[in-house]
Design a protein around this ligand. Structure first.
Ligand SMILES: *Cc1c(COP(=O)(O)O)cnc(C)c1O
Length: 520
């Protein structure tokens, strides 16, 4: 296939949808699309601006001498370019998105409408506070709801994603240790943890000590106890864990951690499994981030904005970051300074402003439209749906910890693929040809060839049945030696197997015009 210097097919029509060759390179009503630099020209413009009036330059000889080199397109060309690209993508709005640990649920249009109200969407963080009372009230109410749902007495709304929330919670824990003059330097992390947990601890300069998982995929209080010591600052544990299981000894783990003078950070990314059923505060957790963009809808994936508020226990509440919203007699006020000496133990500020307003509004709309009964029902349905998939596939696909009820996501491994010549990756790629986004692969790391499926509550029985039927057909094909179907997959996607690692490690972010020979 001809590639340009960017490692891309050189023209429309030469890409790799090889299964069915068409004259145009298009496939049905979906068009192949080249880079904007390859279809646009520097001479063209989508707008007709009047020539600038005569003026004397004030740039002192620093004017650009060369054309800027940006491609120009007419409006219909630009529109088609981006619409065609968008049709190569997959979204929760086009089908089930079973990416485990990510909680890809439906984003209600009502939430979008609310987030676009001018009083929320068009305001600026530096506006006088008396002009944004409604927005501050919403933040205060959201914080109150999050504390209510988690059973925790304090909340910091400013973290901008789950990983940022981890940093916030761990900085509060560090501030609490600093206030006691304690120099603890170790953080315990179970081996099933999301990569952001050890990354957060290491980023803050802690040594990460790994806790092994038991044969049933959970963490034992004994393993935690034997790792605890005077050097341990905190444990970072996910509950329900990344194997889709509720940690049965979580309360005993919290007791042991506290007895050793450490704090309990809970990764709350899987909160969707337990909203309205379990309050993390009742389990002895000191800090937990909530991925508003997972549990409380709001679009994510593909780099959409996140929001990771952190709830804190009474022990950590004094170490929460500023700013926060306070309700006073004369209205709502953003507290920027608590008067605590920052040089001593105060956390200070995590981000420039208050956090992700648009995500706050969407989460609030989700909460208000569901009500407390609806949020509980959503969790129950999320768990029910995951177990429905488990029951539909467990005779064909193996589960690392045996076939027993799971929480909101179901974990399979690759031992059932042994000797078929098909790997987890091949299986996932074959799902794309069937019109499904793959599940989470090779995570959690404790399980060989992991396939983690999280349907969420959004899916109907019909949608789950279609998904199960397709996966059963694929599983049977893999077992009956139809390796060609898998090795060549995806055959029907706009692109086939790309070197994603290389793309991430060596991204090409600058376009250079390909030389003639390189283009051929
Ligand atoms: C998604 C996730 C995170 C990180 O959240 P981001 O918002 O992507 O930063 C952390 N832990 C677990 C278990 C997750 O699923």
């Amino acid at each position: 296939m001809p590639m340009n210097t960017q490692g891309r097919p050189t023209q429309a029509g030469t890409a790799t949808r090889s299964a069915v060759a068409t004259f145009s390179g298009n496939r049905g009503l979906d068009h192949e699309e080249a880079l904007i630099f390859e279809i646009g020209t520097t001479e063209k413009s989508g707008v007709d601006l009047p020539a600038p009036p005569k003026h004397t330059s004030r740039l002192g000889g620093l004017e650009r001498k060369m054309p800027i080199g940006l491609p120009g397109l007419s409006e219909p060309e630009a529109m088609r370019h981006y619409v065609r690209l968008s049709r190569m993508n997959y979204a929760i709005d086009s089908g089930i998105y079973p990416l485990g640990s990510c909680t890809m649920k439906h984003n209600a249009r009502l939430n979008e409408k609310m987030a676009r109200l001018a009083g929320f969407g068009d305001i600026h963080p530096l506006q006088p506070q008396k002009t944004v009372q409604g927005a501050l009230e919403l933040m205060e109410l959201l914080g109150t709801y999050l504390m209510e749902l988690t059973g925790m007495p304090a909340v910091a709304l400013s973290p901008k994603a789950g990983a940022h929330g981890e940093l916030c919670g761990m900085l509060a824990i560090k501030a609490a240790h600093d206030a006691q003059g304690s120099k603890r330097n170790v953080v315990l992390v179970p081996e099933s943890a999301h990569g952001t947990n050890p990354a957060t601890a290491a980023f803050m300069g802690y040594k990460v000590k790994s806790i092994p998982a038991r044969h049933d995929g959970t963490v034992s209080v004994d393993a935690v106890k034997s790792a605890l010591g005077p050097d341990v600052a905190a444990i970072m544990l996910t509950n329900p864990n990344t194997c889709g299981l509720f940690e049965p000894e979580v309360a005993a783990i919290a007791d042991a951690v506290h007895a050793a003078g450490a704090y309990f950070y809970c990764d709350g990314a899987n909160f969707n499994a337990i909203v309205g059923k379990v309050r993390p505060g009742d389990l002895g957790i000191d800090a937990m981030h909530i991925n508003l963009h997972k549990t409380f809808s709001t679009p994510h994936g593909g780099g959409g904005p996140g929001s990771g508020p952190v709830v804190l226990s009474a022990a950590l509440a004094p170490f929460a970051p500023v700013p926060f919203v306070a309700k006073t007699k004369s209205g709502y006020r953003m507290v920027e300074d608590t008067g605590v000496d920052e040089a001593k133990s105060a956390f200070g500020r995590l981000t420039a402003f208050h956090g992700q307003m648009g995500m706050f509004v969407r989460a609030m709309a989700y909460m208000l439209s569901h009500g407390s009964d609806g949020m509980r029902l959503a969790s129950e349905d999320a768990v029910l749906n995951a177990n429905y998939i488990r029951a539909g596939l467990s005779d064909l696909m193996s589960q690392p910890f045996g076939d027993k009820p799971c929480m909101h996501e179901v974990l399979f491994d690759d031992s059932w693929l042994k000797d078929t010549g098909v790997t987890t990756l091949d299986f996932a790629k074959a799902m794309i040809d069937e019109g499904y986004h793959p599940m989470t692969m090779y995570f959690p790391l404790v399980v060989h060839g992991a396939m983690l499926i999280e349907p969420t509550e959004s899916e109907s029985k019909a949608s789950l049945d279609a998904f199960v039927t397709t996966l059963r057909a694929l599983a049977s094909a893999a077992k009956s030696g139809d390796t060609e179907r898998f090795k060549g997959a995806p055959r029907l996607a706009p692109r086939r197997r790309l070197d994603e690692t290389k793309a991430a490690r060596e991204p090409k972010l600058v376009y250079t015009t390909p030389t003639k020979s390189a283009a051929e």
